[in-house]
Design a protein around this ligand. Structure first.
Ligand SMILES: *[C@@H]1O[C@H](CO)[C@@H](O)[C@H](O)[C@H]1NC(C)=O
Ligand SMILES: *[C@@H]1O[C@H](CO)[C@@H](O)[C@H](O)[C@H]1NC(C)=O
Ligand SMILES: *[C@@H]1O[C@H](CO)[C@@H](O)[C@H](O)[C@H]1NC(C)=O
Ligand SMILES: *[C@@H]1O[C@H](CO)[C@@H](O)[C@H](O)[C@H]1NC(C)=O
Ligand SMILES: *[C@@H]1O[C@H](CO)[C@@H](O)[C@H](O)[C@H]1NC(C)=O
Length: 286
């Protein structure tokens, strides 16, 4: 019994170590912000530090701030490290997401949004748009304090699945189930990040400002795409398209089910007041 326990703990540690090193693919990230990104708004509310290996975005009553990738991508394993604002930041939203041309009415988008808080629980909001249609929200209660340290937030996007990871734990899966009538993101997307205070989140206590979010790790594992020929980005020469990433492995499935069971606080798939019938993709993403 004890022996088994030690053995499974050992196996878990091995898996975690292997998974983390695969994500970092043996590279120490020394990429500067400007190698892959540029600021898009709130230029005087952004501060690069640590030899441009880290950026701080602030929001106060005059402005928030944001950046995006120089390139558009058609697949990848997108990764950022992020620390969200401290203080009582209710009403402030910090984001990391992928988005095709946002103004178009048929845009695709894959979102991580941190809703500001008055202390725990800390809510991570996710959403996914295809052809301009969103309303696919899932929310999670985080099992750590995201304001205190940097944590990893990753998005895997290949032809088979989109997976949202928090510290390498898969929290959300969106499978390509187009054959069963669902839709799937298919447009080149920028990587975007921002700190802002949209009116719909309600009152912000500005006496607590400025609210500051920090981002690190500007290396990008993605397939650059300058046209709409997305199959180019499904090539097996990109490691995130390999068949070991077409679905969750058994260990990831275990973590995924654990998160859904213990930390999922809202799921559009089970909201019968909005969707009398669950949308077609729901049954494939369990
Ligand atoms: C990392 O980048 C900095 C400046 O951008 C440079 O001075 C340093 O030598 C680099 N370190 C490595 C290990 O490449
Ligand atoms: C934030 O708000 C909570 C609840 O309103 C309060 O208990 C806490 O002391 C506040 N923290 C700070 C740093 O103001
Ligand atoms: C989704 O999967 C189908 C095969 O089932 C494939 O033909 C299609 O290219 C994929 N779509 C996207 C947008 O990746
Ligand atoms: C706003 O923050 C200040 C300073 O911490 C606090 O005294 C005040 O009660 C807060 N206001 C509201 C409406 O929570
Ligand atoms: C909010 O947090 C920042 C960063 O930790 C700090 O510098 C600032 O003084 C805090 N503001 C208030 C009103 O507590």
């Amino acid at each position: 019994m004890d022996y088994c326990w030690v053995l499974s703990l050992f196996a878990f540690v091995v898996v975690v170590v292997v998974v983390s090193s695969v994500n970092a693919i043996g590279r120490v990230d020394n990429t500067s912000f400007y190698d892959n990104y540029h600021l898009t708004w709130g230029f005087d509310h952004a501060l690069l530090t640590n030899q441009e290996k880290e950026i701080q975005l602030s929001i106060d009553t005059s402005s928030g701030s944001g950046f995006e990738s120089n390139a558009l991508y058609g697949s990848g394993f997108f990764h950022i490290r992020m620390k969200i604002p401290e203080n009582n930041s209710s009403g402030v939203i910090s984001t990391f997401y992928l988005s095709s041309t946002p103004s178009s009415s048929d845009h695709d988008e894959i979102d991580f949004e941190f809703l500001g808080n008055n202390g725990p629980p800390y809510t991570l909001h996710t959403n996914l748009y295809t052809n301009g249609q969103g309303a696919r929200e899932q929310q999670f209660r985080l099992w750590f304090d995201p304001t205190k340290q940097f944590h990893s937030y990753n998005l895997l996007w290949n032809q088979y699945q989109i997976v949202f990871f928090v510290d390498n734990v898969p929290i959300r899966v969106f499978k390509n189930s187009t054959e069963n009538g669902a839709s799937y993101p298919s447009k080149p997307m920028h990587i975007v990040a921002s700190v802002w205070g949209p009116s719909w989140t309600g009152h912000i206590n500005w006496s607590q400002a400025p609210f500051q979010a920090h981002y690190q790790r500007f290396h990008v594992d993605g397939c650059v795409l300058n046209d709409y020929d997305i199959p180019k980005c499904y090539s097996s020469k990109y490691w995130w398209n390999n068949n070991n990433l077409w679905k969750l492995n058994p260990q990831q499935r275990g973590s995924y089910q654990n998160v859904r069971h213990n930390y999922l606080t809202y799921d559009y798939c089970s909201d019968r007041s909005r969707y009398p019938e669950p949308p077609p993709e729901c049954q494939f993403n369990q």
